[in-house]
Design a protein around this ligand. Sequence first.
Ligand SMILES: Cc1cc2nc3c(=O)[nH]c(=O)nc-3n(C[C@H](O)[C@H](O)[C@H](O)COP(=O)(O)OP(=O)(O)OC[C@H]3O[C@@H](n4cnc5c(N)ncnc54)[C@H](O)[C@@H]3O)c2cc1C
Length: 285
Amino acid sequence: MKMPAFEYACPETLAEAVALLASHDGEAKPIAGGQSLLPMMAFRVAQPTLLVDLRKLAELRGIRISSDGVRLGALVRWRDIQDDARLATAHPLLADAIKHVAHYQVRNRGTVGGSMAHADPASEMPGVAVTCDAEIAVRGKSGTRTIKAADFFLGALTTALAPDEIITEVRLPAWPANRRHGFQEFARRRGDFAMSGVALFYDLDAGGKAANAHVGVIGVGDHPKRLAAVEAVVNGQTVDEATIAKAVAAASAAVEPPDDIHASAAYRKALTGTLVERALRSAAA
Ligand SMILES: Cc1cc2nc3c(=O)[nH]c(=O)nc-3n(C[C@H](O)[C@H](O)[C@H](O)COP(=O)(O)OP(=O)(O)OC[C@H]3O[C@@H](n4cnc5c(N)ncnc54)[C@H](O)[C@@H]3O)c2cc1C
């Protein structure tokens, strides 16, 4: 399909980009990799009158790793994460999850900020952000603010971003050495959006028991969320067969996925339990 008509701007500074968004009464949109926005425009799901291209904004680039954690600039691409060998130890859950995003071509263009703002319920990056209690730094006409990932995703393709706000960075807390993790998802074809996905971690205490469990799911609701019932089953326990069996049952019971053309709700509930089992086994291995 042909694109609808739109104006295009490619500002040199973040302040200029924010001012352009603010001056268009919600009718302007930032564009990063274009991998979600351009298809949405072609299908007339989005019809911005102005596209504000972020590509010249150097302050939105770069992966910074420190004792505070990992900071991903909004313009960091999936390919940048995949190619950064430091992340295998600095944030192995992120490194594992990103391997499941889309295909080679899309990974060369798609960005962290675009994925967070697009807020597809089955996207891996929002799932990692919610599971890890990430913070999203944004800049708008009233200045800067940070939003907790748990408060950022409001529904399918809906976030807490105001129309004039640009995501500048996603901040993931530091990853301790005693942390164990697993990421599992199932899609009909490699690179497709997940029918269900599970991101989890826990910290091993001195006695070999799990503490501080975080279990997040994607693809089984209108936004990613943590499963407190599964975390309660895992915390304080050795991750053995009995704990895994209880976690599987708790996960299947905790999610309320919709029926759709890809799978029934019952299938997705069972699948989520299976993915929790696989993720816990890989964490414990
Ligand atoms: C065939 C295909 C398969 C895919 N499979 C997957 C998959 O398996 N998993 C997955 O997670 N994704 C998948 N995607 C989506 C892909 O990861 C996108 O790249 C990503 O969702 C959006 O990133 P982008 O940089 O392309 O954003 P764009 O398309 O440029 O923008 C998307 C939205 O975010 C807004 N935006 C962009 N940057 C910012 C910013 N810094 N601040 C505020 N708003 C911003 C735009 O205005 C727009 O609303 C797939 C895409 C395709 C085409």
